[in-house]
Design a binder for this molecule. Structure first.
Ligand SMILES: Nc1ncnc2c1ncn2[C@@H]1O[C@H](COP(=O)(O)OP(=O)(O)OP(=O)(O)O)[C@@H](O)[C@H]1O
Length: 263
């Protein structure tokens, strides 16, 4: 049965006297896959940081995996959360092998030192690499991979610990069309599996929303414009309000496209 993985009540984050997030009330179920869209500076990454138990709200309450931030030991919580972001990728040593890049997630480190890996972790790492289209890459150096391959390694690393919540911050940013489509296809397969964890993905482009995603939040100036099931929340009207220009949204076979509406 589905449980609640995130429960935010009236969450605000204030920096230098300015609200970066402003009274966010939001709930995410274990069987939901959310996309978060909004202009630059809307607060999307800040929202993910709270979901990752990496930041506390200035005001309001945030429960992550049914534990209240501020009352729980975040070091116990974080291994249950997978987080793939460019900031995380920067910490991966360029000369690390792809296998070690994924394996080290099981020990919450980046960069192999002297850990003795268990056979079970090795088997899981190889399975995860295969799932993300990376078989044959295990011995390659992370820094020698293309952008698209590196993005897939980051996601493989973030699911290595079998998390209950998977957070993806712009996983398709900077990818060429072929690499983007490959990633969207893999994410779509993953999102559609009932065995997968709850997923929250931040993106700038509706074209990057994988099939199988169920919910959307549109965020502007730290506030929710709309949030709910994809078909209700992701509309031309809501995108127009969020981005402040007339936008026309189209959908075909669970894939979306958006452009400025004709005057
Ligand atoms: N530590 C901080 N101190 C002051 N302002 C901050 C701090 N962290 C973030 N901000 C500001 O908060 C706002 C929201 O930032 P955030 O990175 O969450 O937005 P975003 O929606 O992810 O943006 P982008 O799409 O550009 O990545 C931005 O205006 C940013 O400059």
């Amino acid at each position: 049965m589905a449980s609640t993985v995130l429960e935010f009540h009236d969450v605000s984050v204030v920096r230098d006297g300015n609200p970066i997030l402003d009274s966010i009330t939001w709930s995410v179920g274990s069987d939901e896959r959310w996309v978060i869209l909004g202009p630059n500076g809307a607060g999307k990454t800040t929202l993910l940081q709270i979901a990752a138990a990496a930041m506390h709200p200035t005001k309001g309450t945030a429960d992550v995996l049914q534990e209240a931030l501020g009352k729980v030991d975040v070091f116990e919580l974080r291994p249950m959360i997978g987080f793939a972001s460019t900031a995380m990728a920067r910490k991966i040593p360029k000369n690390e092998s792809v296998l070690d890049t994924v394996l080290t997630a099981a020990y919450s480190v980046t960069g192999r030192w002297n850990e003795e890996y268990e056979e079970i972790d090795l088997r899981r790492a190889h399975r995860v690499l295969k799932e993300w289209g990376l078989e044959g890459f295990a011995e390659r150096r992370f820094g020698s991979l293309s952008d698209g391959e590196q993005k897939r390694v980051q996601i493989a690393r973030s699911v290595m610990t079998d998390p209950e919540l998977l957070l993806l911050d712009e996983p398709a940013a900077s990818l060429d069309l072929g690499a983007r489509e490959e990633l969207v296809g893999l994410l779509g397969g993953y999102a559609s599996s009932p065995a997968s964890p709850a997923i929250i993905m931040v993106t700038h482009h509706v074209e990057e929303i994988p099939p199988g995603f169920t919910h959307a939040m549109l965020l502007a100036h730290g506030k929710i414009v709309t949030a709910g099931p994809l078909a209700e929340a992701l509309t031309s009207e809501a995108l127009t309000e969020t981005f402040g220009i007339p936008i026309e949204l189209t959908e075909r076979d669970q894939r979306y496209a958006a452009r400025a509406a004709a005057a």
